[in-house]
Design a protein around this ligand. Sequence first.
Ligand code: SAH
Length: 221
Amino acid sequence: MIGSAAGDKFEKIRTRMVQEQLVPRGITDPRTLAAMARIPRHLFVEDAMQAQAYGDHPLPIGRGQTISQPYIVALMTQALQLKGHEKVLEIGTGSGYQAAILAQLCGQVYTIERINALLVQARKVFDQLRCMNILSRVDDGTIGWPDNSPYDAIIVTAGGPRVPEPLVEQLADPGVLVIPVGDRYVQELQLVSRKDGRVFTKIIENVRFVSLIGVHGWQSE
Ligand code: SAH
């Protein structure tokens, strides 16, 4: 947990991001809004791009990957309906921003990234912000992280051709999984819920993510 990130020079612009980009688009969960207002998003991008970090768009983070648009991070976070005690698995650590948001809202975050260089950088920021409840590893996240399963919530922040079966297997009952599914260019954001032994899928909206690459994802970049 971050005691206070208040006082940095982007505080006002971050509040404006919440008021202008998130609230008018239907992000209403107070805990999600508070986490987005608190986490210093500019620390998750290169120094030269810090001034753009609160813009209404994704940004490159190197290796052909991106940090998602603030609204999409908020939308996916809100969909998980976290109350504070949950165990959450994230696939696609990238910059680490989404994981840091989740870490404010649940008990423990497990996050997997396939590109080591990105994870090394993300871990530096987790340390800087003293996010103590994030465990991370380099691996193919489409096979999940069985050792710590089941997870109350799973969030996949890269787009795949289908929902990876191991992730559904590692989902608790009750549990929710949010994932972009589609082709390489456009996906539908799916919310898969397990309750009383049954699995339901709901479409949230169309999104555009970088590719989920792995055994249960796309086979190549
Ligand atoms: N959640 C990130 C978004 C990063 S973009 C953030 O907040 O910045 C998606 C990330 O998913 C990329 O870094 C990409 O390398 C990673 N990725 C793609 N396929 C993966 C897989 N099978 N396992 C783990 N990470 C994967």
